[in-house]
Design a protein around this ligand. Structure first.
Ligand SMILES: [Cu+2]
Length: 364
């Protein structure tokens, strides 16, 4: 009610000011009509055009200066470098073109402003000019598009060359699970209809499939550096999207089908933590966290950078927190880690459902 009253008061005050302005205008005795722009008005508008152009340039420079710290660090995957380079070239071209065309637009707006006695020149067309401003964008755009298509085809070509490691990324509201092919590097068959929560078969693996026995199911993704990985994505419920920004990778996870993406990690977690951009980001974040800690607020523990797999489709109320840690390490470190993990066969033979997935009480 109070809000409504304040709103009504504000509207009435606005109307009062407007009426007073009109009275003030009427009280000014003028000989000429103020509705028609004169040379002075046009000149002022011309200057304002320039001011607006300068504002556009300055705000662009300011945003780059102030916010470029939020850019992702250099790519940590083999294809990421090519991808970033394509993006950089596209942006450089866009900025050069925008700088020139915006200048011309505002300059001519000023130069040919209305002047008393000036008459517009009748100029039907100019074939040469039209040819130039058609052919240049055609060549530039065709070049960018062809280069883009080539890069896209390279990145999206998921093949079995170079002995890739096979990893499944399994999405569900609201978490990720990863599955390795195990010793044989082959994923066992799986289907959501075979999910058996009571027996800890959370991904619905086919227990009769011999390939499934050595599969390793984990909640933290470990990848050996320099080894190509072929990801096979599945979703249990709705559309999710596996997004690994530092590796410049994203692929939708669609219920009822398997989607694929492949990349080679090129930097270990230890290496990326020493990247100046990453160190800077960690420093800034931890300064904020230290302030929080001083005020006794939550979320105040010092943060350490880690690669992350995020969900990039708004898939429900806890979508924002659907993530999984990725650790890129040396082959030896990876081998040591994977050897400590239980295989699917061992988990099933253990007969001891994992507490996290156990929904029944008193299972023997
Ligand atoms: Cu999701």
């Amino acid at each position: 009610m109070t809000t409504l009253l304040i709103f009504i008061v504000l509207v009435l005050v606005a109307i009062a000011i407007w009426q007073m302005t009109k009275i003030f205008e009427l009280s000014q005795l003028r000989t000429e009509s103020s509705q028609i722009a004169n040379d002075g008005d046009n000149k002022n508008n011309g200057y304002m055009l320039f001011a607006f152009m300068v504002f556009t340039y300055l705000i662009t420079i300011f945003c780059f200066w102030k916010y470029s710290k939020f850019f992702l660090p250099d790519a940590s995957s083999a294809h990421g470098e090519e991808y970033d380079y394509l993006l950089l070239v596209s942006f450089v071209i866009i900025f050069i073109v925008q700088f020139i065309t915006q200048f011309l637009l505002h300059y001519f707006g000023y130069k040919y402003r209305g002047k008393k006695g000036n008459k517009a020149l009748f100029y039907a067309d100019n074939d040469r000019l039209e040819f130039i401003w058609t052919i240049i964008p055609v060549i530039v755009l065709a070049g960018l598009i062809l280069w883009g298509l080539y890069t896209w085809t390279e990145i999206m070509d998921v093949n079995e060359e170079d002995d890739p490691m096979i990893v499944e990324l399994y999405a569900q509201q609201f978490n990720w699970t990863a599955r390795y092919g195990g010793e044989d590097n082959v994923l066992g068959g799986a289907n959501v209809r075979m999910i058996d929560i009571d027996r800890a078969n959370v991904l619905g693996l086919d227990e009769g499939d011999t390939y499934a026995a050595d599969d390793v199911i984990v909640k933290e993704l470990h990848l050996p550096v320099g080894r190509k990985v072929n990801f096979k994505m599945r979703s249990q419920d709705v559309l999710h999207s596996a997004y690994m920004p530092h590796f410049r990778a994203q692929m939708n996870c669609v219920p009822g089908m398997i989607t694929e993406f492949s990349f080679t990690p090129t930097k270990t977690t230890e290496e990326i933590r020493r990247d100046p951009d990453v160190m800077d980001k960690v420093k800034r974040t931890n300064e904020i966290r230290a302030e929080r800690a001083a005020r006794g607020e939550d979320n105040a523990d010092p943060w350490e950078f880690d690669y992350v797999l995020l969900c990039n489709k708004i898939c429900g109320k806890s979508h924002y927190n659907m993530q999984m840690k990725i650790i890129v390490e040396t082959q030896e470190e990876y081998d040591a880690w994977i050897n400590t993990q239980q295989t699917f066969g061992q988990t099933m033979a253990g007969n001891e459902p994992e507490p996290a997935f156990n929904t029944t009480l008193g299972v023997e």
